[in-house]
Design a protein around this ligand. Sequence first.
Ligand code: PMP
Ligand code: GLU
Length: 383
Amino acid sequence: MNREFADRVTRIEPSATVAVSNLASQLEADGVDVVDLSVGEPDFPTPDVVVEAAKDAMDAGHTGYAPSKGIPELRAEIVDRLGERGLPYDEDQIIVTPGGKQGLFEVFQALVDEGSEVVLLDPAWVSYEAMAKIAGGDLTRVDLTDHEFQLEPALDDLAEAVSDDTQLLVVNSPSNPTGAVYSDAALEGVRDLAVEHDITVISDEIYDRITYDGVKATSLGSLDGMEDRTVTLNGFSKAYSMTGWRLGYIAAPDDIVDEAGKLQSHSVTCATNFVQHAGVTALRECDEFVAEMRDAFADRREMLADLFADHDVDVPVGDGAFYMMVPVDDDDQQWCEDAIQEAHVAMVPGSAFGAPGYARLSYAASEERLREAVERLAENDFL
Ligand code: PMP
Ligand code: GLU
């Protein structure tokens, strides 16, 4: 049969992060011991209290559909959490989604039309590009690579990139894949441009609880002038090690919530009911868990920086998230393929994030495995 597919799928590739992780799993299934530093997934089990809360919720019969925008208890808890970050959303402005990814997808679909301009800060997480393209958007990319991945020194470039025609700008601090946390001055620069050109901004804050050395990631929507133009994205995957539970949320101005809410109601209907109940417990009872995990990541980050320095590799180390961009060959795609096949170390090519010449490493793995990875890379002449 001669089947034709829609442009919206033929113009995108599968997620590179997920693809490398699948390849690593495939090799492992074949008996190869792969140090998988590809996918961004905390290596800690979900806290017991959260697991128990999900079981209790199932026992209590919370197994049917939930309200499409989320159960009231969870939305109330999210509003409190956002309030602590200086964000004045109310419960009607929250949509609880099955993973932050779904929330982002709905926002792109709601705001981006064929030919709409979407601005990304490179390197940028792989799925923003795909989501923009699926919606038919045209991408403008601002490169932060020459500025050690910081936004502040690139504000002039951003000012040149945006215009009254810009429909959407995506800011992700702490950043995947660089770990960069943008300064307040940088975010104020974004605010000024967004106000000047009347741009809606997605602030992806999924790593907001994972920052180091006392650095805090300011929430863009908390700045004066941003209230009516910011979509704040967050979720449970990273902070509470709940990747497989699929739970996240968007907080947005009423009109965006109305339009994105239509998409949610016609697609996934709602996030899983008992998972939402577990989410309430995560927000209420897991601050200590988050702090312990963050401390472990902080130690690994320091250890890795030292190990790379021992091999004369200068890796820019960000103040948040759990990723590093390791400078590699210009052909980062080939480098990553060879690294997985020869050194059995899985990392994601930087070009998938708009930063060729780098490989992204996730340090959500034990110190022992991270040390093993650097040793294998060095032994096989990858460093
Ligand atoms: N934003 C960023 C920057 C991410 O790294 C991820 C990780 N997948 C997400 C959003 C979405 O995560 P999830 O769908 O698991 O909530
Ligand atoms: N966000 C994580 C990553 O970048 C999980 C995989 C994905 O959703 O892309 O590796």
